[in-house]
Design a protein around this ligand. Structure first.
Ligand code: SF4
Ligand code: SF4
Length: 323
């Protein structure tokens, strides 16, 4: 099996061991109304070239190596049953074609310095609900839980069961989704969701495919169908990640805003590119293509906001929120 074959687009993560989650963050204030707990779920139907959560693309736990914590003791080299860890030019290196397929993670067990760690672990529904119920007391009147990723709706049986439990406990539920899911399932699962952040990365299907590995037909259809659902009263907040030189031209922005208006929505969130995921690419032994890319300047974001508002659509920039 190759590295690519176990990265998400081939299907959803294994279900037998519960839901695969690579992070849970409490006290989040950027992922929907109020104070929230954000659950990052593994696997994604897209592979955006700028993805800031590359560890979330895997359909299984994955080893990450943090060089700054390494004491060069060699314990992991001796522990690895596959010969994947070795020293080259005085530095510990890994054969990622072996590591990305690993299921034992003996190096992680052997490492006493938390330099070799795993990202992603399987939670049972009960384990996750215990965390959410513990946090519920801190959310206040307007907060709740947001499922992010990766694509949080990809692990169908797990997320469907968890969402039902969340609603049973009266939780406000948000999702940060690609909307790139089978339509019937997408519309059905959204009945348990109150708030939807959904990315629209490019309006040109061919460019969208080049940037993410999939064209945009399905996700645009799904967003439009959700917006037209007569008996669903959730909020849809489209998001456009602004990636300099890739999707930040006037033509694309206006096309996106006009699509949003055409389906009856009145607000959009534009998010400036950032490099916060850069170190995670190193830890996964993967190349990061945006090393020299700076975030768009504030003036550029302000100009884009003006374009959007001139179309009569509310424009939220970055983590600016309406709540
Ligand atoms: S992740 Fe697996 S294959 Fe890679 S060094 Fe660790 S034990 Fe070896
Ligand atoms: S066991 Fe940990 S500290 Fe020792 S060489 Fe391996 S990664 Fe570095």
């Amino acid at each position: 099996m190759t590295t690519q074959s176990r990265i998400a687009p081939a299907g959803e993560p294994r279900q037998t061991e519960g839901g695969l989650i690579f992070d849970i963050q409490g006290h989040s204030v950027h992922d929907g109304p109020g104070t929230r707990t954000t659950v990052f779920m593994s696997g994604c139907p897209l592979q955006c070239v700028w993805c800031c959560n590359p560890e979330g693309l895997f359909r299984h736990p994955v080893m990450m190596y943090r060089e700054s914590k390494c004491k060069c003791c060699g314990d992991c080299i001796r522990a690895c049953p596959h010969g994947a860890a070795r020293v080259v030019d005085g530095k510990l290196t890994h054969d990622r074609s072996l590591c990305d397929d690993c299921e034992t993670f003996d190096c992680v067990t052997a490492c006493l310095n938390e330099a070799s760690v795993t990202s992603g672990r399987y939670y049972t529904q009960d384990e996750l609900m215990r965390i959410l119920l513990r946090d519920q007391q801190y959310w206040g009147k307007h907060g709740g839980v947001t499922f992010s990723g990766g694509e949080p709706l990809l692990q169908r049986s797990f997320i469907t069961a968890v969402l039902a439990e969340c609603k049973r406990h009266g939780m406000h539920v948000g999702v940060e989704t690609t909307s790139c899911l089978p339509t019937d399932y997408y519309l059905d699962v959204m009945r348990s969701v109150d708030w939807v952040f959904t990315d629209i990365k490019h309006m040109d299907p061919a460019v969208h495919h080049r940037l993410t590995g999939q064209d945009n037909t399905l996700l645009l259809t799904n967003i439009a169908r959700l917006a037209a659902l007569p008996d669903w009263d959730g909020v849809i907040m489209p998001r456009i990640p602004i990636i300099p030189g890739l999707n930040d031209g006037t033509e694309n922005l206006l096309a996106t805003v006009r699509f949003i208006k055409s389906i009856g929505l009145d607000a959009v969130n534009i998010l400036p590119f950032h490099r916060l995921g850069e170190s995670k690419y190193r830890q996964l032994g993967r190349r990061y293509a945006f090393v020299d890319q700076s975030p768009p300047p504030d003036e550029h974001m302000a100009a884009l906001k003006s374009l959007v508002t001139a179309e009569g659509v509310i424009c939220l920039v970055g983590w600016e929120t309406p709540f």
